[in-house]
Write a new protein. Structure first.
Lengths: 177, 592
């Protein structure tokens, strides 16, 4: 849905793909997947890993880019790993996604209220404040998080931590054109 | 599975150490031979092996030799090969062999010792993160953290190594895990929810393939190592014969189809026959069978069989459309797919096509000039004649490897063994040693150059100690011949670091304690070959002093197209001049 359509500018040849995979929650499984990307020279825009409803399984969300042939190879290669349970390319499906960023912005008495306003517009939260900084928690789709970062940049971002995209397929697919 | 014999020391039947479980598990898997090298971290395992008569342990002289031996055994037998080494340097010495097995899809299981669990990560003596190191070159690997996991892990390792597209699996065994005790029960079967290789071809795809085949006027079968791995030689023959489709094989496909049959065109690729490459270039349908469109086969991929429709049968989905896009992919086991496909096709009329190929065979056979000085091609051809193709030939890497592929007519699967993907010099001798434990019925012929043999020459001692009947043929031209050939053709003859000194191999044979012969002229070749083939009960070394500068033809230079194919020039450059050159005769050989 959203992400891709809004990103029309991205060249079709090397478009961004969001791949969701379930892997055995075993020693080394994460390394195998990360290693595959470096060994084969595939791009990673972001990679997240975390537990799922089943203790024995982890979910990874990988945002990568490549032309159709490269993406096809990535999916096949991921499937080939012994620890991989399921690989789905969410790109052509409707999916929900979230990215979380903690952004520590430099403030002065003059800029503080403007920064807080920006945060409000993005429905971001102020989670820490000091005389010279505020730390903002921004949650949303990747583009929304990109946008708030862009808005805050002029005020000087002192530090930032970002999770990268996590995503799940939408249950209702039919309604989306 | 082998009958389980009670040869273990009578300890409590319920509680066993990890080391004992390890040995028991190998017996359960029917392992008859282990190639290995002991050390501190595996001393307990070696203690458990000490009294076992069901498993023969071969003490190699280097861990790399152990892994190549396991590969040779696996390739010659079709059964998994097993290597056992210690931690640290023992483990890191296996890396080249493991990478080799990964590239060539060889089912081996490498067991490495590891420092005790609590020392892992501590830079302990002889510690190396071998699981981390080998992750990208194994099909899968394991660190066993609990003795209760050991038997299941070993079962899984053998299962993963031998099913689907086979490959190497490494199991890392910490010393304390192997010393702790538990109840032993070997699992009856394995089930992995995340690993289920697809072996049956999809019916719809098979039908599409059959439809393409029915329409084809100029089809070619391009057969790779997958046909041998899946033991599909009979099915391949039945399919080719029913459809009258000519067959070319890759380096690893040699032996999957008899090269004495008229449909055979020998090997294709960079140093393939002129006619097989030409047939592939002009074909209208290319049927890839257990092959992976390697760059040494395709050259420039866009121009490879560019006009042809392509069918690709392979068990590994990642092999499909990786290098060259195909029209009809069929994921499945070659043997099963060919069985079904044969039922779906009707005989084709390929008479004209086969006539054309015959014409090409007459015009462009494999050839070389034979004179007083020995040509490698002649030695290989003579080995073929004397053994009538009934031998297991294990080549090393380089010029002799290509000539071994070209000038020997392979008729049976698993009789040509080489390092194709990784191109590992030093492969031949230890791999031949392993093959000798798998095939006691055939002569085992190791062919190396003077460069490659010196990379694992220490294994001669192993062959002598265990009386392994390997014919160690060394084709000595005093050069790293293939690199020299490239320097001659593409680097203005600047022979940088390719001339090489070697020891007196006949004296070396004597020092190691085995017979050694030498041939320095063509007239001596047949005689020493006969002598060597007659040696029983141990290895024999034969050094052939061959023409120093000779080139492998035909050749399609790397990354180029069929149009750039170089057949042997009429006046082949060599160091033979004057009178000698005039006594030379042109020898030709045709596959099929």
């Amino acid at each position: 849905m959203a992400a891709e359509k809004e990103e029309g500018a991205v060249e079709a040849r090397a478009r961004q793909h969001t791949i969701s995979l379930l892997v055995e929650n075993k020693f080394g499984a994460f390394n195998r997947i990360a290693g595959l990307f470096s060994a084969k020279g595939y791009n990673i825009d972001s990679l997240t890993v975390g537990p799922t409803e089943d203790d024995s399984v982890s979910r990874m969300t990988i945002v990568t880019r490549g032309d159709d042939a490269v993406i096809e190879q990535i999916i096949k290669q991921l499937n080939k790993l012994i620890d991989t349970l399921k690989v789905s390319d969410l790109t052509y499906e409707s999916f929900v996604e979230r990215d979380l960023a903690l952004i520590k912005v430099q403030t002065t008495p003059e800029t503080r209220s403007e920064i807080m306003q920006i945060a409000e517009i993005f429905r971001a939260k102020i989670i820490d404040i000091s005389p010279k900084t505020v730390t903002i928690e921004a949650i949303g789709g990747q583009l929304k998080v990109d946008a708030i970062i862009k808005m805050l940049k002029p005020f000087v971002i002192k530090e930032m931590a970002r999770t990268g995209r996590v995503a799940l397929k939408r249950e209702f697919q039919g309604e989306v054109d | 599975m082998a009958q389980q014999k009670d040869t273990l020391s009578p300890i409590s039947p319920k509680q066993m150490t990890g080391s004992e479980i390890f040995v028991r598990s190998l017996i359960e898997e029917g392992v008859e031979v282990v190639f290995g090298y002991p050390g501190g971290a595996v001393i307990g395992i070696y203690d458990a092996l000490h009294d076992i008569s069901d498993i023969k342990h071969i003490l190699t002289r280097h861990e790399q030799g152990a892994v190549h031996a396991a590969e040779g055994y696996a390739k010659a037998s079709g059964k998994p090969g097993v290597a056992l080494v210690t931690s640290g340097p023992g483990a890191t010495n296996t890396v080249t062999g493991i990478a080799d097995a990964y590239m060539d899809s060889v089912p081996i299981i490498v067991f490495t010792g590891q420092v005790p669990l609590k020392l892992i990560g501590n830079d302990a003596f002889q510690e190396a993160d071998i699981v981390g190191i080998t992750r990208p070159i194994t099909k899968h690997n394991y660190l066993v953290r609990d003795v209760n996991e050991l038997a299941r892990t070993i079962k899984e390792a053998f299962y993963v190594a031998t099913t689907g597209r086979p490959g190497p699996v490494l199991v890392d065994l910490p010393k304390d895990v192997m010393a702790s005790k538990t109840h032993f029960e070997y699992p009856k079967k394995v089930s992995l929810r995340s690993y289920n290789p697809h072996v049956e071809g999809h019916m719809k795809q098979l039908e599409k393939a059959a439809a393409l085949i029915a329409k084809s006027k100029r089809p070619v079968l391009y057969v790779g190592g997958g046909a041998i791995v899946s033991n599909a030689a009979e099915e391949l023959k039945a399919f080719a014969k029913k459809t009258n489709i000519p067959v070319t094989t890759t380096l690893h496909g040699l032996g999957s189809y008899p090269e004495t049959d008229e449909l055979s065109m020998g090997m294709l690729g960079m140093h393939g026959t002129w006619y097989s490459n030409t047939a592939v270039h002009y074909c209208d349908l290319l049927i890839a069978v257990g092959a992976r469109f390697d760059d040494r086969v395709t050259g420039k991929t866009e121009a490879f069989a560019a006009e042809a429709k392509k069918i690709h049968i392979d068990i590994d989905p990642t092999a499909i459309s990786k290098n060259v896009p195909v029209d009809v992919p069929i994921v499945g086991d070659v043997k099963k797919v060919l069985q079904k496909l044969t039922q779906l096709v009707t005989p084709l009329d390929t008479k004209d096509w086969i006539e054309t190929i015959k014409q090409w065979k007459t015009e462009h056979p494999l050839r070389y000039r034979n004179g007083k000085l020995i040509r490698m091609q002649y030695v290989i051809q003579k080995i073929g004649e004397l053994t009538e193709g009934n031998a297991v030939v294990i080549s090393d890497v380089g010029q002799h490897q290509m000539w071994t592929a070209q000038f020997f007519k392979y008729i049976h699967p698993r009789t040509h063994i080489t390092s194709g993907g990784l191109g590992t010099m030093g492969f031949s001798l230890p791999a031949a040693m392993g093959a000798a434990f798998a095939r006691k019925d055939l002569p085992i012929i190791s062919v190396s150059g003077d460069g490659g043999i010196q990379m694992n020459i220490q294994e001669i001692a192993t062959c002598v100690e265990y009386k392994v009947p390997v014919k160690i043929f060394i084709l000595n031209n005093g050069y790293l011949g293939m690199v020299r050939q490239w320097q001659e053709l593409f680097w203005r003859k600047r022979y940088s670091q390719v001339a090489m000194y070697s020891p007196d191999f006949v004296k070396l044979a004597d020092a190691y304690g085995c017979p050694g012969y030498r041939a320095s002229t063509t007239s001596e070749v047949e005689d020493v070959l006969k002598k060597a083939l007659a040696v029983k009960n141990g290895p024999v070394i034969v050094e052939f002093k061959v023409v120093k500068e000779d080139n492998v033809y035909p050749m399609i230079p790397a990354g180029q197209t069929w149009n750039e194919i170089i057949d042997m020039p009429d006046k082949e450059l060599s160091d033979i001049e004057g009178e000698e050159a005039e006594t030379e005769e042109l020898i030709t050989l045709t596959k099929g």
